[in-house]
Design a protein around this ligand. Structure first.
Ligand code: HEM
Length: 469
């Protein structure tokens, strides 16, 4: 345990001021793992020597309850009790999404192009975006709606807008001050729960709209399933998996009542949450990294142009795999995106008590010179091996799990949406880079926005201008 002098407060103050710096100092001085006392809780941080034990020993480290504590908005739900259904969601993403990325690709691509046209649009004159995260939320909601609740849902502009507003509002909740936990460890959760119940409930409005617009569609699907029996072919979206494979799936059209639709909406919102914010965060960070590094522009743009010209823009998954330089941009953004993370004895000999909150301190791997040469430098080409003629010999994709590259976790609970996420990130960046010159107004990479261990894309000016050619 890292020593501290102030009771109750413990290490909370240096952690709030600059978590990245504080954790790095603790790791250097106190080894791996180390434990600190923040917001009324002792948290053990596992560095590069011990973090894979956490991924491997998933029965000892209660993965689901830690997630439930972090993602607090299901406290406002009536039917779905928090993350009780996380295992089902993980299976659904594996079977219904990851294995069908090829099928989703043209749909995602179409929605991303439409989102870019709608929310970034024509930049004949340079257009300045001073909080790009707000715009990427709107762009990325469309492909996510298509994959999660289906193609039909995307035709309802009102529903897409309402889900965008909901996600924007839910994204703010984790910012409710953790300081409340200093008074009593569960106070933050209690305060948010009461706040959502009695003061502000952003969920009711989109829920009513979802029920009104989607109920006839769900009824029709269940009717077809009843009619066709074994001959029924499942639709390609996540919602269908819930309609067909879940224990709570409707047996017949009469089961599709408001109560069931409310449950379905809550499950879909949880899926949106798992899939959405991480993807939006990384795409926004990658655009800032690109915009602030003119040395990357030529190579990456030429690769996009070559891939586009080969198929006249009608991309398949093989074309996305050809975007290896762009993949490096995504992978490097992911590596630098997350500054951290029973009685159990780690390999290193340290023992922690049962029930201890454990976080993976990813920076200890991601910024470790043993695994990444000059780790502080942003070098998208570090994952590429080139032949002497400049062609690509091999590369390791941003979606590939590696022992010391863990933005998607590892082991049994590694992110099942990672292939979809990386494909979607590349499609979005491909379209933006082909269409616009993008640069930061400052001419350099602006610092990220930091709130203790929460790092987000910078909130600074980015300039978009149509490419002339
Ligand atoms: C850049 C985008 C994304 C990042 C960085 C990311 C990262 C992660 C991480 C770190 C975990 C925890 C892994 C662990 O504890 O070992 C996770 C879990 C999960 N992610 Fe993602 N994710 C992304 C996108 C997505 C997408 C697009 C989906 C769905 C389509 C998704 C669905 C899930 C689910 C269901 C889990 C829980 C898995 C389990 O508990 O077994 N994620 N993700």
């Amino acid at each position: 345990m890292v020593p501290y002098s102030l009771p109750i407060i413990g290490h909370t103050i240096p952690y709030i001021i600059d978590a990245g710096k504080f954790l790095a100092e603790c790791r250097k001085k106190y080894g791996d793992p180390f434990s600190i006392y923040v917001f009324g809780n002792v948290v053990t941080y596992a560095g590069h020597k011990t973090s894979f034990e956490i991924y491997k020993e998933h029965d000892i480290f209660d993965h689901d309850s830690i997630l439930a504590e972090t993602l607090i908005f299901p406290l406002a739900f009536k039917k779905a009790k928090g993350f009780d259904n996380l295992r089902f969601l993980a299976n659904a993403v594996h079977e219904q999404i990851s294995e069908k990325v090829k099928v989703f690709l043209p749909r995602m691509h179409k929605e991303i192009k439409r989102g870019i046209d709608l929310y970034i649009g024509d930049c004949k004159e340079p257009k300045v975006f001073n909080n790009l995260g707000n715009t990427t939320i709107s762009v990325m909601v469309r492909p996510m709606c298509n994959i999660i609740i289906g193609e039909e849902a995307c035709q309802f502009e009102e529903l897409v807008t309402s889900i965008t507003t909901l996600l924007r509002q839910l994204g703010v909740l984790p910012l409710i001050p953790q300081v409340l936990s200093l008074i009593y460890p569960k106070l933050q959760l209690k305060a948010i729960s009461l706040f959502l119940k009695f003061v502000w409930n952003p969920i009711d409005k989109p829920k009513k709209l979802f029920i009104k617009l989607m109920k006839p569609i769900v009824k029709e699907r269940i009717f077809q399933k009843e009619k066709l029996g074994n001959k029924y072919i499942m639709k390609d979206d996540l919602m269908e998996y819930y309609l067909i494979k879940s224990d709570s799936a409707p047996n017949n059209v009469n089961d599709v009542n408001d109560e069931y639709m409310e449950y379905l909406f809550e499950q879909m919102t949880i899926a949106f949450f798992a899939a959405f914010f991480t993807t939006v965060k990384v795409v926004t960070e990658a655009i800032y990294e690109y915009g602030g590094r003119p040395e990357l522009w030529k190579d990456i743009y030429e690769e996009q142009l070559m891939v586009y010209n080969q198929k006249n823009g009608n991309l398949t998954i093989d074309d996305v795999h050809k975007m290896v330089k762009l993949d490096g941009l995504v992978k490097e953004s992911l590596r630098q995106s997350f500054p951290k993370g029973d009685s159990y004895t780690f390999n290193t000999g340290a023992t922690i008590p049962k029930g201890r909150k454990v976080a993976v301190y990813a920076a200890d791997s991601h910024f470790n010179p043993e695994y990444f040469e000059n780790p502080e430098m942003f070098q998208p080409n570090r994952y590429l091996t080139l032949n002497s003629d400049g062609s690509v010999l091999n590369y390791t994709s941003a979606a590939k799990l590696e022992k010391y590259y863990v933005p998607f976790g590892a082991g049994k609970h590694a992110c099942p949406g990672r292939i979809l996420a990386v494909t979607e990130l590349k499609l979005c960046l491909h379209e933006l880079i082909l269409k616009y010159h993008i640069k930061t107004k400052s001419g350099k990479v602006d610092p990220r926005w930091k709130l203790s261990d929460f790092w987000l894309a910078p909130i600074t000016d980015l300039v978009f201008e149509n490419r002339k050619n």
